[in-house]
Design a protein. Structure first.
Length: 306
């Protein structure tokens, strides 16, 4: 009886408390989520607070070394070839990097999921045409296709988002279709059919909630891939152009100075690495936390740590 009371006292109140307990149970995922929260705050408020400082040139401080705060705390990571503080530029550049990746992932996931639901549940010829479209897109390497298209078109934010979104649609299309083909044969879907539920109600109220956790996990991983793809395109010079700032563009701008000013490329490159690593760690936690058959592991570990 006493053990039951102790467990009841340790049980978190509300869904937010339960999710925080599960997150705290995986320390790597917890610190990854904390780092991603910091990146998100930088992306939201960084340009508003530091954009003027990040673009102000100071030729007397060209390639200033890091960890020298005589010019101010914003110069703790050093300065670039025009004397602009790298810390401010890394913070401001987070907005464009995150915005492009988020827009591409959102567009590709919505379109790919919608097409996958139709291809998986419908038995018409349209389902076959949708799958052939996905096969055509997947037949081209995604990064190579993006390079070719952006080389022919103007390298703007809209074109980058559009190209990256199109190349990622087959990931969600094929995953959604595979999940729908399995879920549509379950008893609760068959019962909904017998009770006269409409096509759209079965798809959106019975099938989509079941496959949604899988799509969230894939989107988290895909966010890291798209962010790396955008950084690669900016590094090659066909991504976002100056005077806009992204982490990949900062790495490219520091490439000529690697021998005598390594910090110009190191800090934005480190931001890319840490953000990608955090997304991978968080996606691994989401895979367990969103699975009802494995969630109890995190819940038990979280109560024990708490």
């Amino acid at each position: 009886m006493a053990d039951t009371q102790i467990l009841a006292e340790k049980k978190p109140s509300g869904p937010i408390g339960r999710w925080l307990t599960m997150l705290w149970a995986d320390k790597l995922a917890f610190f990854a989520a904390l780092f991603l929260l910091i990146v998100l705050l930088c992306a939201l408020f960084g340009p508003f607070l530091l954009e003027a400082i990040a673009t102000k040139q100071n030729l007397r401080g060209r390639n200033a070394p890091p960890f020298d705060i005589t010019r101010g705390m914003l110069y703790v990571l050093g300065a670039d070839a025009l004397g602009r503080p790298l810390l401010a530029r890394v913070i401001v550049a987070a907005q464009n990097t995150i915005l492009v990746a988020a827009a591409a992932v959102l567009a590709s996931s919505v379109v790919g999921t919608a097409l996958g639901l139709v291809a998986g549940y419908s038995r018409s010829s349209a389902a076959q045409w949708i799958m052939r479209l996905g096969d055509v897109i997947m037949s081209f390497p995604s990064l190579l296709l993006a390079v070719i298209v952006l080389y022919m078109l103007e390298p703007s934010v809209t074109n980058i988002v559009l190209v990256l979104a199109i190349t990622r649609i087959p990931i969600y299309l094929r995953t959604t279709r595979a999940e729908v083909l399995e879920v549509r044969e379950r008893m609760f879907v068959q019962a909904a059919k017998v009770m006269g539920a409409s096509y759209w109600r079965i798809v959106f109220h019975h099938i989509l909630p079941v496959i949604f956790p899988t799509l969230v996990t894939i989107a988290t991983l895909d966010f890291a891939f798209v962010m790396l793809a955008e950084s690669s395109l900016s590094f090659l010079g066909i991504g976002i152009q100056a005077p806009e700032i992204t982490w990949g563009l900062m790495v490219a701008q520091g490439r000529p100075y690697l021998t005598n000013a390594w910090w110009l490329s190191f800090w934005p490159g480190l931001a890319i690495i840490l953000t990608t690593l955090s997304l991978n760690l968080l996606s691994n936690w989401l895979r367990i936390a969103l699975d009802p058959t494995q969630r109890w592991r995190l819940e038990m570990r979280g109560r024990k740590n708490g």
